[in-house]
Each structure stands twice: as structure tokens, then as C-alpha cells.
Design a protein around this ligand. Structure first.
Ligand SMILES: [Cu+2]
Length: 71
């Protein structure tokens, strides 16, 4: 499993957290996820053979958030 932390811009209320959590839960290949509202971060653990960090970032951006960094 690969672990990454994404720094987002645009999470403005707890509903944003729920929206992102829902997306991550339905995305194949993501094994663990945690959305941290206060820091605007998303932690994900995923299987790189099933999904890439670029796919995950793109899916989050489609919801209307900006991924400013990944590490
Ligand atoms: Cu919101």
C-alpha cells in the first residue's frame, strides 16, 4: 500500500469532508482514507496497481477542490 497526503484548497465546511469521504470510499483501490478538515488535508492509502495518485487528485478536483500539493 502506498500512502500519500494531499493538501487541498476549497474545503469550507463539514459537508465538504463528507463529500470527499464518500468519493474516496467508492474509489476502487483506496484502502484507507482520512479527511482532515482543520488542516485541509486528505490522507490516502491505496494500491498503485489499481489507482494512481493522479487519478485520486483528478477525482477530488472534479468535485471542485484544488489539490495544491501531494507528498
Ligand atoms: Cu462544504
Amino acid at each position: 500500500m502506498t500512502n500519500k497526503t494531499l493538501q487541498l484548497e476549497g474545503m469550507t465546511c463539514p459537508t465538504c469532508v463528507l463529500k470527499i469521504e464518500k468519493l474516496l470510499k467508492k474509489t476502487k483501490g483506496i484502502e484507507e482514507s482520512e479527511v482532515l478538515y482543520n488542516s485541509g488535508r486528505v490522507k490516502v492509502g491505496f494500491d498503485e496497481e489499481t489507482v494512481s495518485i493522479d487519478d485520486i487528485s483528478a477525482a477530488i478536483e472534479q468535485l471542485g477542490y484544488r489539490v495544491v500539493s501531494v507528498k
